[in-house]
Design a binder for this molecule. Sequence first.
Ligand code: RNT
Ligand code: ZN
Length: 445
Amino acid sequence: MCDNIFKLKRRSGKKSGKAFEGRLPVAEVEKRYRIAEQRYSESGVDAESAIKQLAAIALSIHCWQGDDVGGFEKPGASLSGGGIQVTGNYPGKPRNMVEFRFDLEKVYSIIPGKHRLNLHAIYGEFEGKEVDRDGIEPEHFKGWAEWAKQGQIKIDFNATCFSHAMADSGFTLSSKDKGIRSYWIEHVKRAREISAWLGREQRDPCIHNLWIPDGFKDFPVDRYGYREILKNSLDEIYKIEYLPDEMKDSLESKLFGIGSEAFVVGSHEFYLGYGLSRGKLVCLDLGHFHPTEVVADKLSSLLQFSDELLLHVSRPMRWDSDHVVVLNDDILLLGQELIRCGRIKDIHIGLDFFDATINRIGAWAIGARSVLKALLIALLEPHEKLLEYEQRGDYFARLALLEEMKLMPYGDVWNYYCYQNGCPLESEIIGTIHDYEEKVTAKRD
Ligand code: RNT
Ligand code: ZN
């Protein structure tokens, strides 16, 4: 296995032996970029600076697209329970940690830039031992810490409060059963301890995100009671304080899930209140709001009152379906708001999608690259000029310039950025994924 992900990235970029269909000669990539750069400069945009800014943005790549949210507690697992669902059974799913990391390294080699890894507690290395969730320890994540150090990757972490018999009642931290509640409180405490340990190891704060599935299929009569229990469980968990340079906590709300249509204990209002009153980060998942609600619009509100926030970039289709992120209007708007608000350093960008009906590595790469493309397009916006029109009250000119920018050659800037990073160009993605499938994943049973 490769010892440094960025070496792998450079190798794959310079891979001269295999020219995938659609590969452009380097001179052509550069030529097209120079023309694009010139066109942007005519609109007052510095493409070189946009590229530099993009390179400084780290996504937190979610590990769970790699194996259908299965983890390594038991062989062949995949997500169950909690109102989230993985559909599909595409061949080539990694069978063990070695294969899983191999796929992950491939994914990093396709995504330009330096990115983080978002781990779930079920991805520990338990070495065949039955380690229950209330028994996880930093030692189970030593392998990850070493892997990350070699690849110069920082890790984020999540407690896993689903896919477990103790979550079968549909309740975890807000359960009225003290035994169930204490079990999950212990799990989350341990997940935070592991996060703090990772943060110290990597000398960079590890974001620990908490999402729980708790809720009812049909109308409850004691909404208040469940929310009060959740508040108390959280207060108990967060009694243990860690330094902000070790770890930071975030809490993820949801509107509804399959099996929790009528009531979700951890709603947006609940965690907004909890986060703001307790100094915790709020996590906004793009699939966790009403279908017509614009999540991008929430950033500038939340950031007035919170120093930082976490995003789970996803693509809901009719429900919280966690489709692979593509460059659609929602993502373009999110990219624009991330850049326009001027607080990108305070926003942690996590990914959250999983699709097992298509090539998993392809899904991973497309989703991550789509988020980066949206950010690049936003960085290539003539911000000052647009602001000037807006402040002058010339809303027609604002509209016209935004329309004009939609026809700009951002694809040539993106391809140049990919080339600079030793990553496949847009037209090489299919060949890259097919090649890996043929050589690696198709050989798995
Ligand atoms: C579920 C939440 C949660 C999970 C991951 C696996 O609806 O979005 O973030 O997707 O923790
Ligand atoms: Zn999420």
